[in-house]
Write a protein that binds this ligand. Structure first.
Ligand code: GDP
Length: 458
């Protein structure tokens, strides 16, 4: 089935027994939806690039652009004009950085693309985890300027950490914008140098060469974003697709529409009418207006009073959709971010203890039994402990190297048990990928990523 959407045309007959049929009927002839997360070191030019792309595609009105131009001149930061298209709050403008996951969208030949803009600062990585957890593909932006690529990539910059994170969050398709190439006079040698370095690293991080495309471009001048390059120096050696075409060629994953409903809540707000709204992404299944859903782990039944997708009312939403849902029958006070809307019969597992297969990135002190961590699971952050080290594995074969290891060092792969301070909604990775992943952080640093392999009764 396609993942297309028609927000206006509700189907008269709900074909609940044949979800796939309902799915294709509802989606009509619209374009596939593709969610993209933008990652990279701070100042790599992510916001400028996406802002410019939206402007080139006519997604931003002349009036708005003019307003940004005037405002940016006023505070003497005119180069930030395009970035503002994505950065909405005043504080971000003053600081000149993107803080939260801003939303914007545009269309390619075959797809509707929803951008989850990721922030570049190290302390905003929890936000990025939320953004990346919802994305199908990642756009990695690197600054080609001499010295800048190096500091973003080699000297403890975020290029590496972001790439590792998105891979751990299950993203396998990557477009790499080798950005600001205008500062090197469109040097082919510089482009190749960067591509060579990234290729080695991205392979180590678990990306396949065939799933990565490198595009030389400049967000500031708009070169090679939505149409073939004009720059003579670039035309001389680059014959590949522009950024928009690279995005267009990405694969939209098959959405698990026929599995039981799972929607993880990442925002809660008051609605204008009765009830209140929760926002999030439907990971599994289908949600219809009028459905009864179970809010977990609190296990309270709620009724779906309304659904909206991209601010348009809809009678139905499918796996892969970002939605806000109006609920009634449950007290807003009792619902929190990280709760899951579940099928009332085939319920999401709730537990505070699980087994995970960890990939350890970076730890100052080796992980030992009892090690305290923060786990990030979708939008949820909870304190937890690694309560058992069960086995150390061979990184490439997965064979057991050692049972009950005493500690885990950098770059190790291991099976551990984790105990969370309270019960949360989790799934085994093999059942529901999106709810089966956790990130482990300590003192603001991501130390490991894990896949949930078993869930214990607690
Ligand atoms: P972000 O932190 O990755 O979102 O980066 P911004 O988009 O805020 O850009 C950081 C700085 O780099 C700003 O001063 C931009 O004007 C500048 N910049 C962004 N893209 C380009 C580009 O393609 N070429 C040049 N020369 N400068 C750029």
């Amino acid at each position: 089935p396609t993942t297309e959407k028609s927000n206006q045309a509700p189907s008269k007959v709900k074909e609940k027994n044949d979800p796939n049929k309902q799915y294709s009927n509802e989606r009509g002839s619209d374009k596939d939806h593709l969610y993209i997360v933008v990652i990279g070191h701070v100042d790599a030019g992510k916001s400028t690039l996406m802002g410019r792309l939206l402007c080139e595609l006519g997604e931003v009105s002349q009036r708005t652009l003019h307003k940004y131009e005037q405002e940016s001149k006023k505070i003497g930061k005119q180069s930030f004009m395009y970035a503002w298209v994505l950065d909405e709050t005043g504080e971000e403008r003053v600081r000149g950085i993107t803080m939260d996951v801003g939303r914007a969208q545009f269309e390619t030949k075959t797809k509707k693309v929803i951008i989850l803009d990721a922030p570049g600062h190290a302390d905003f990585i929890p936000n990025m985890i939320t953004g990346a957890g919802q994305a199908d593909v990642a756009l990695l932006v690197v600054d080609a300027t001499r010295g800048e690529f190096e500091s973003g990539f080699e000297l403890g910059g975020q290029t590496r950490e972001h790439a590792l994170l998105v891979r751990s969050l299950g993203i396998s398709q990557l477009a790499v914008a080798v950005n600001k190439l205008d500062t090197t006079n469109w040097s082919e040698d510089r482009f190749n140098e960067i591509v060579t370095k990234l290729k080695i690293f991205l392979k180590q991080a678990g990306f396949k060469d065939s799933d990565i495309t490198y595009v030389p471009c400049s967000g500031l001048t708009g070169e090679n974003l939505v149409k073939p390059p004009n720059e003579l120096e670039l035309c001389k050696w680059y014959k590949g697709p522009c950024l928009l075409d690279v995005i267009d060629r990405c694969n939209v994953p098959v959405r698990p529409v026929s599995k039981p409903l799972r929607m993880s809540i990442n925002d809660i707000f008051k609605s204008t009418g009765t009830g209140f709204c929760v926002a999030g992404r439907i990971e599994n299944g289908i949600l219809n207006k009028g459905d009864k859903v179970l809010v977990c782990p609190i296990k309270e039944l709620a009724e779906v009073k309304g659904i909206s997708i991209n601010d348009l009312a809809s009678n139905v939403a499918f796996a892969g959709d970002q939605v806000s849902v109006t609920l009634s029958g449950v007290d807003m006070q009792n619902v929190s971010v990280g709760n899951v809307l579940s099928d009332p019969v085939q319920q999401v597992p709730v537990s505070s203890r699980f087994e995970a297969r960890l990939v350890v990135f970076n730890v100052k002190v080796p992980i030992t039994k009892g090690y305290p961590i923060l786990i990030h699971h979708q939008s949820l952050v909870e304190s937890a402990n690694i309560v058992k080290l069960k086995a150390l594995l061979n990184k490439s074969t997965g064979e057991i190297l050692k049972k009950k290891p005493r500690c885990l060092g950098n770059n190790s792969v291991a099976v551990v048990d984790i105990e969370v301070c309270r019960p949360i909604c989790i799934e085994r990775y093999k059942d529901v990928k999106e709810l089966g992943r956790v990130m482990l952080r300590v003192a603001g640093v991501t130390i490991a990523a894990g896949l949930i392999t078993d869930i214990y009764d607690t």
